[in-house]
Design a protein around this ligand. Structure first.
Ligand code: HEC
Length: 181
């Protein structure tokens, strides 16, 4: 009888393990489908540069890829900088390239306690859209007459290889100072 009970217990545990892993696999794949942006991207590609509709994609991309660190309103927190000054960086000489390089290769600087992770896995269309979103929100106003990003701007800079420290050297307006106020 003891053996019988032990066997039943063993089989029960084995079956529960199999069911549990199947459930986990199913949840994972369902989650992947939920965060799949291909259906959203399909509506944007291929868009001619002058007709680049970035607003909806940029907003969604910000919520999915940036908000955790930079805050819902781009206010930043703890070791993550706010994004209220991004339009000024964008308008400074070299700023256009800096912001793209920062997303493609990440950023490590002495200013903040954490690195910015590379976002190069996002497609050109999504990176251009999310950059434009930041440049038009959180108090940012790009200077009148400037051209916002189009996917081609991202594509043009993809081939470069840069370390996150090299990206810091591209930052307009000095990069060597200590923590920012
Ligand atoms: C895991 C956290 C994290 C995520 C996710 C993240 N960032 Fe960052 N970001 C940082 C940190 C930390 C820095 C500062 C890095 C440094 O200076 O060393 C930074 C820096 C920046 C800067 C440059 C600020 C400056 O003053 O030079 C911009 C712009 C920026 N992030 C935008 C974004 C956008 C847009 C996204 C989403 C596509 C994003 N970040 C996703 C953590 C993150």
């Amino acid at each position: 009888m003891r053996h019988f009970v032990a066997n039943v217990a063993t089989y029960t545990i084995a079956v529960l393990l199999v069911l549990g892993s199947a459930l986990f696999a199913w949840m994972r794949s369902a989650q992947l489908v939920l965060t799949n942006e291909h259906s959203a991207l399909a509506r944007y590609e291929p868009a001619p540069a002058h007709a680049f509709e970035w607003r909806e994609l940029g907003e969604h991309s910000y919520a999915r890829n940036c908000q955790n660190c930079h805050g819902r309103e781009g206010q930043g927190w703890d070791e993550y900088p706010g994004l209220t000054d991004t339009a000024r960086l964008f308008a400074a000489p070299g700023g256009r390239e800096y912001l793209v390089a920062l997303h493609l290769h990440g950023l490590t600087s002495p200013r903040w306690g954490a690195p910015m992770p590379p976002m190069g896995h996002l497609q050109d269309v999504e990176l251009a859209a999310v950059l434009n979103h930041v440049l038009t929100h959180f108090g940012n106003t790009p200077p009148a007459g400037t051209r916002l990003y189009v996917p081609e701007d991202i594509a043009a800079l993809r081939g470069q290889k840069r370390s996150p420290w090299e990206v810091n050297a591209l930052r307009p307006g000095g990069h060597a100072q200590g923590p920012e106020e």
